[in-house]
Design a protein around this ligand. Structure first.
Ligand code: ATP
Length: 208
């Protein structure tokens, strides 16, 4: 069974006690090669694994920010849950290069534009509540807000990794749009979180 990333391991587990539970390590990656969803073996430094790994880092950064937000009682954490699930779908889409995918692979890993529209509606509703931006702000505003800024910066790196894969036609253009919109969402949410917690956002001042 294909696993999107090592950190999101899923292996079938039989309830039947006679069947051994498969081990997490198959050792098939020990020589520095791994598999796409379509069964191709590629070196681990291939751009697909680079993009999958960066998307995994992004989900992990969001997971940490979510924990800080939960501690503060923020009510928007269900959005972060949903985003982490959508990022799994982004990974599945990238791990299924169109050049070697069968119709059934493509169907199973299709990415729709609906999550992009959802992010836009969330961004718009936070923006309505925020004061307009008049300065460059620095990642700040308390732990939840600063952690969301870290996630935003990782998101932009994921976007840079995904761009050439989308451009080559190997992945769905909507995953590029999703990551582009996601960094705007994380920026806006970081500001909203600072405001809700009553924390100052530090602004850029030219160093004397
Ligand atoms: N270092 C990596 N960074 C990002 N994605 C990876 C990496 N290694 C593998 N992958 C992708 O994540 C999936 C799950 O990772 P996993 O660690 O199980 O692969 P593996 O190294 O090939 O196998 P094993 O760890 O069992 O030897 C792989 O099928 C591959 O698509």
């Amino acid at each position: 069974m294909f696993k999107v990333t090592a950190a999101s391991v899923w292996k079938p587990q039989k309830s039947d006690r006679d069947q051994p539970i498969p081990k997490i390590y198959t050792k098939t990656g020990d020589k520095g090669f791994s598999s796409t969803f379509t069964g191709e073996r590629r070196p681990k430094e291939d751009r697909i694994f680079e993009a999958l790994g960066t998307t995994d880092e992004l989900s992990s950064a969001i997971g940490l920010a979510r924990e800080f937000c939960l501690e503060k009682g923020h009510t928007f954490t269900h959005q972060l849950d949903k985003i982490q699930c959508v990022l799994q779908d982004v990974g599945s889409n990238m791990a299924t290069p169109r050049s070697s995918a069968r119709e059934s692979h493509i169907k199973k890993t299709q990415f729709s534009s609906e999550p992009v529209a959802e992010l836009e509606s969330w961004i718009d509703s936070y923006t309505d509540e925020l004061p307009p931006l008049t300065h460059f702000i620095l990642p700040s505003g308390g732990k939840s807000s600063a952690a969301l800024h870290v996630a935003r910066a990782v998101c932009r790196r994921a976007e840079r990794c995904v761009a050439p894969i989308v451009r080559s036609g190997e992945a769905d253009p909507d995953i590029g749009k999703y990551l582009n919109r996601l960094s705007d969402y994380l920026f806006t949410l970081a500001r909203y979180t600072a405001m809700k917690e009553g924390n100052m956002e530090r602004i850029y001042r030219r160093p004397e």
